[in-house]
Design a protein around this ligand. Structure first.
Ligand SMILES: *[C@@H]1O[C@H](CO)[C@@H](O)[C@H](O)[C@H]1NC(C)=O
Ligand SMILES: *[C@@H]1O[C@H](CO)[C@@H](O)[C@H](O)[C@H]1NC(C)=O
Length: 432
């Protein structure tokens, strides 16, 4: 862009930011809304909700090697386990013993004390649960749960500041994990994005030598991590640039990195299904405004200097109507499916999708949704704001979306038939 245009566009963006009373309305006014994704299916609003009472932000989901679970990490630092028989959550693990003050469901200022478990993954060989805790590094807890122990706290002599996600190669006894930033912590994630921070890393931990190797550095908000089915490559999501990067581990390209996929939004966690395909949860779709902000870091930096609260900054960045968007990628990075809750009826910010036995389980964030208030045109979402749910795609019955009733088999069959009857179109997304 030429400098004059750049200046004008920048001033406009900043003025819009300063004036923003109800950003979604401006979006509409200026025609800057986030474009719909061609071929996407509006399905996620049919998800059945499993509330997580007294907790917020179930981020990652994992099933243990016996198929029990899911387990999920919540904002107060606990890892919970879903007890399917009694249909309730039980406390499973914590990442610190200093928990006297960890009593509020969401207290960002306490996260460095209470811990914030983001990525979860079981070692299938022995049932150990590995936890990427945003503040406390990589940890592990045995199959009985309890207090997790430290695996990696420091890298290159510096404490980890924002551990985010992981995947395990049980054959090589190696763990791949991401560190979103060496400067910003989880509660400052907006600053990381708006500052154009590029200090994220993909790391490798060798269980036998206990050594950590930096595989990639200079990443713009390293996030979800997933190994390929044949373990020949590992993926890492780069949230700020809306990309998934691939680093080859084996074969003729070993050591090389390329862009695996360019996405229509900001990727969070990435999870492989049993076919070797990848589900990517998009925190939000990206549009003209967010692209402009993230590709011109001076705009983001200017926005941070304005007296705008978190919710306004977040609304400006993600634009439009907050709603869940999930993308399924093939083993080669082509977009196979896009699922949305277009109106944000049931879900707004999803963080992860885990496909298991024909069901899609989703972790769901509420605090950003609460933070951005969303204005009058989102009032109908209020019905769902009472629970702090982890949402499961299953039943097509949206009238009971806020409860978790009904036998498992009903959910299973309903999803299976939905899954196969809709005939998900194959669609290749034009690269950005
Ligand atoms: C892990 O470390 C051991 C011991 O140093 C070494 O023999 C092995 O090759 C390493 N594995 C990987 C995948 O780097
Ligand atoms: C849908 O949910 C409502 C309310 O829970 C219930 O009365 C109704 O029977 C359900 N329908 C189906 C098809 O399960």
């Amino acid at each position: 862009m030429n400098p004059k245009l750049r200046l004008i566009a920048g001033v406009l963006a900043v003025v819009a930011a300063a004036l923003a009373v109800n950003p979604p309305d401006y979006w509409k006014l200026f025609g800057l809304g986030v474009a719909p994704i061609p071929g996407s299916i509006d399905l996620l609003h049919t998800a059945q909700v499993i509330p997580v009472p007294g907790a917020l932000g179930p981020e990652s989901l994992a099933f243990d090697p016996t198929g029990d679970g899911p387990y999920t990490g919540v904002a107060d630092g606990r890892v919970l386990k879903w007890d399917r028989n009694n249909r309730r959550w039980t406390d499973f693990a914590v990442t610190t013993s200093q928990r006297e003050e960890c009593v509020r469901p969401f207290a960002p200022e306490m996260e460095h004390v209470c811990g914030r478990p983001l990525g979860l993954k079981f070692d299938k060989k022995n049932g150990d649960l590995y936890i990427a805790d945003a503040y406390l590094g990589l940890q592990v807890v045995g199959p009985a749960g309890g207090l997790a122990s430290q695996v990696v706290r420091e890298v290159e002599g510096q404490p980890l500041r924002f551990t985010n996600d992981l995947d395990i190669d049980e054959h090589k006894d190696v763990i791949y994990f991401s560190d979103s930033s060496t400067i910003f912590q989880r509660r400052q994630f907006m600053s990381s994005v708006l500052n154009g921070d590029r200090t994220g890393r993909l790391l490798k931990y060798n269980k036998s030598s206990k050594e950590v190797t930096v595989l990639l550095r200079g990443l713009a908000f390293a996030n979800g991590v997933a190994l390929s089915k044949d373990r020949s490559f590992v993926l890492v999501a780069e949230t700020t640039t809306c990309r998934i990067l691939r680093i080859w581990l084996d074969g003729p390209n070993a050591g090389n990195t390329d862009v695996f996929a360019e996405l229509p939004g900001f990727p969070d966690n990435v999870r492989r299904n049993s076919n070797g395909e990848f589900w990517v949860a998009l925190h939000a779709k990206s549009g003209f405004v967010s692209k402009f902000i993230t590709s011109n870091t001076w705009v983001g930096k200017s926005m941070l200097k304005l007296p705008l609260g978190f919710k306004r900054l977040h609304s400006l960045l993600v634009g439009g109507k907050a709603h869940a968007t999930a993308v399924k990628l093939s083993e080669n990075g082509e977009v196979l499916q896009v699922l949305e809750d277009c109106e944000g009826k049931t879900m707004k910010f999803i963080s992860e999708l885990e496909e298991k036995d024909g069901e899609l389980w989703m972790g769901f964030h509420k605090h950003e949704a609460k933070a951005d208030v969303l204005g009058s045109n989102h009032r109908r979402c209020g019905v769902f704001s009472l629970d702090f749910p982890q949402r499961r795609l299953g039943s097509s019955n949206s009238s009971n979306a806020a409860s978790a009733v009904g036998p498992e088999s009903f959910v299973f069959d309903a999803l299976r038939s939905l899954y196969w009857s809709i005939g998900w179109p194959y669609r290749q997304m034009g690269s950005a």
